[in-house]
Design a binder for this molecule. Structure first.
Ligand code: LLP
Length: 419
């Protein structure tokens, strides 16, 4: 059970579309310690409402790609607002079911998994997208026409913020390449497979809505081969802004373009469209709160060394991602340049040269856009603890994950008595 810790007056939240105020973030840091992840439930709702409003004139369903953030309370919140869930492992499927989603609202888009895991998902009754010829064949041999499934295709489209997060190009491991359609059709026919959807996901941080249109066009050549199709799944990948003026996916334009593409196509027939947004749903709702351990002045640069590292937020080091940083305990301080670095015994630089209000030891630095792939990609590297997580909902702070303790580091280790 989350613990409701304190009540905050409404003005702390300014308005729904704005970020949490410095006051509430400082309060959270002081109450629960740092490093700390804080999530804002109403921001998730706002993002979801924007999607549903934009697509209100189309038959569209949204499945939150929960790999971005799987805390069970986030999943429960997502359920209360009416979204569905997309999973990328059987354990995510089990978490979604544990959160109370009915199997019909859970999708498992698989990638390179053992057939046993697909069988397990089938036994749990969730939707499944199969991404290899070999698993499609095994599925067909075992279940024939009995259990409708989807096929994850690789559309051979290059898209996404950088190569590491591009998944639809012609060298990507994801999905069955569209040029293998004859092999797919052979398997479908031989095994009387019931194919109910075609899936593509071209990458993450796709600004250009034309990428989705291109994907639809690729699918339209394939759709007529599948007589029992009910929907097409266009994956996730909407880009969110990381700083003021940053480009993001124009969701309203996307809705228009998708509708147009389906309406104008000669093969058009009523197919529902599914999307799997991860970052769009939870990136901006999340904050990583940290504290400054050391200020190190050197000839070239001043380092602000914080009590975190890439073990807590790996995106800057792994993808060169930009995360806005603010010194919330000295917001009026004179602006100076800093390298913001972690305490991991490796180079773990969050920002190489960042203008911040004067940073002093003990100050609180907050990282924005930390909701998606933040805590979720964290680790215990250097035997450091993973941060605690807090959910702000209805102006209340709820602790939703305890910080690790020393025993957690030893929890699954087997200490041999004979050594
Ligand atoms: N659907 C599928 C099949 C996916 O593989 C992904 C993300 C999504 C949906 C959701 O994509 P989103 O809307 O979040 O962009 N860790 C990286 C992002 C990796 C995305 C992996 N797949 C990052 O922090 O940028």
């Amino acid at each position: 059970m989350p613990i409701a810790c304190s009540l905050f007056p409404v003005h702390y939240l300014r308005s729904m579309s704005e970020q949490l105020s410095n006051e509430i973030l400082l309060q959270a840091a002081q109450q629960f310690g740092t490093p700390l992840y804080v999530y804002h439930a109403e921001k998730i709702t706002e993002q979801f409402n924007r999607l549903t409003a934009a697509f209100s004139k189309s038959d569209v369903k949204f499945f939150y790609a929960c790999k971005a953030l799987t805390n069970i309370n986030i999943l429960k919140h997502i359920k209360t607002i009416g979204a569905n869930v997309d999973c990328s492992s059987i354990n995510e499927v089990k978490l979604a079911l544990h959160a109370g989603f009915p199997p019909s609202n859970v999708l498992y888009t698989s990638n390179g998994i053992a057939f046993e895991e697909i069988e397990e998902a089938k036994n749990l009754g969730v939707h499944i997208n199969i991404d290899s010829l070999s698993n499609l064949e095994k599925f067909g041999k075992k279940f024939g026409h009995d259990y409708p499934v989807g096929i994850r295709l690789r559309p051979n489209i290059m898209a996404g913020g950088n190569l590491k997060i591009s998944t639809g190009h012609d060298k990507s491991k994801f999905g069955i390449p569209v040029d293998q359609l004859p092999e797919i059709l052979k398997l479908v026919e031989q095994n009387n497979l019931h194919i109910k959807d075609l899936h593509i996901h071209t990458g993450s941080e796709i600004k250009d809505v034309e990428v989705f249109v291109k994907g639809i066009e690729v699918l339209f050549d394939i759709i007529p081969h599948f007589k029992e199709l009910e929907f097409v799944d266009l994956g996730g990948g909407f880009k969110v802004p990381y700083k003021k003026g940053d480009a993001s996916t124009d969701i309203e334009l996307l809705a228009e373009k998708v509708k147009e593409a389906f309406n104008s196509h000669p093969y058009h027939r009523p197919l529902q469209v599914w999307f799997e947004p991860g970052k769009f749903m939870v990136s901006e709702c999340g904050y990583l709160l940290t504290q400054v351990n050391v200020i190190k002045e050197t000839e070239a640069i001043t380092f602000a060394g914080i009590n975190s590292g890439f073990n807590h937020l790996i995106r800057p080091m792994f993808y060169d991602s930009y995360h806005r940083i603010q010194n919330i305990s000295n917001p009026g301080g004179e602006e100076k340049h800093y390298a913001v670095v972690g305490n991991i015994c490796e180079t773990d630089t969050f920002a190489w040269d960042r203008k911040l209000n004067e940073v002093r030891e003990g100050d609180y630095l907050v990282f924005y856009n930390a909701g998606a792939y933040g805590f979720e990609m964290s680790s215990n590297f250097n035997s450091r603890f993973k941060p605690a997580e807090v959910l702000v909902k209805n102006n209340e702070l709820h602790l939703i994950r305890k910080r690790d303790v020393f025993e957690d580091l030893l929890k699954n280790q087997i200490e041999l008595s004979s050594l």
